[in-house]
Design a protein around this ligand. Sequence first.
Ligand code: PRP
Length: 217
Amino acid sequence: MIREDRYITFALGKGRLAKQTLELFEKIGITCEEMKDKDTRRLIFVNENLRLRFFLAKGPDVPTYVEYGAADIGVVGKDTILEEGRNIYEVLDLGFGRCRMCVCGPTGAGDLLQHHELIRVATKYPRIAKDYFYNKKHQTVEIIKLNGSIELAPIVGLSEVIVDIVETGSTLRENGLGVLEEVCPLSARMVVNQVSLKMENERITRLITDLKSVLKQ
Ligand code: PRP
């Protein structure tokens, strides 16, 4: 009996990460021509020969698709993995999308962090901020959730500091803010559904091994 491999499904975080992921996959012979068509409105793309499917999702939704097994594999930023706290395996650092999660603010706010003052912290990442202040620094703070342009918060007086992603640092510099403390380094990671890793162990392990070998070069 001929056994047809089942499809392995990838959820990729929309935008730059997806583009860089596909470039990396091409280096190990995994291509998806359908996905390169910029005008397409299709949501799911298939490579019939390799029995692979790909779809694009909002970053924070990628761990959700992977936890429930709607995708076997996901590619998403470490920030999103930490913030979503899903039951998934993180199997590989893909090395791109490197940046840092930092506590930032005006220089004067540094003192508030040393003396454990009750301060307000604005962030898109309340879970990461809570873990950092409560569990690592043992400082009680008020966390205020925002959805973007976080750097505005200390400028307009919403909070004393922010917890946010710093890549080049230019957003901070152009707004008179700076890094006060580093929370953790970030980059794109590959995540896998826990059942898929057992059921499709051979194919997924081979994929990880192939990726590791091109990442070393
Ligand atoms: C991210 C992040 C910072 C900025 C950091 O925001 O929240 O604002 O990029 O990059 P830099 O250090 O190179 O200046 P993004 O552009 O994703 O938009 P957002 O403010 O809506 O979150």
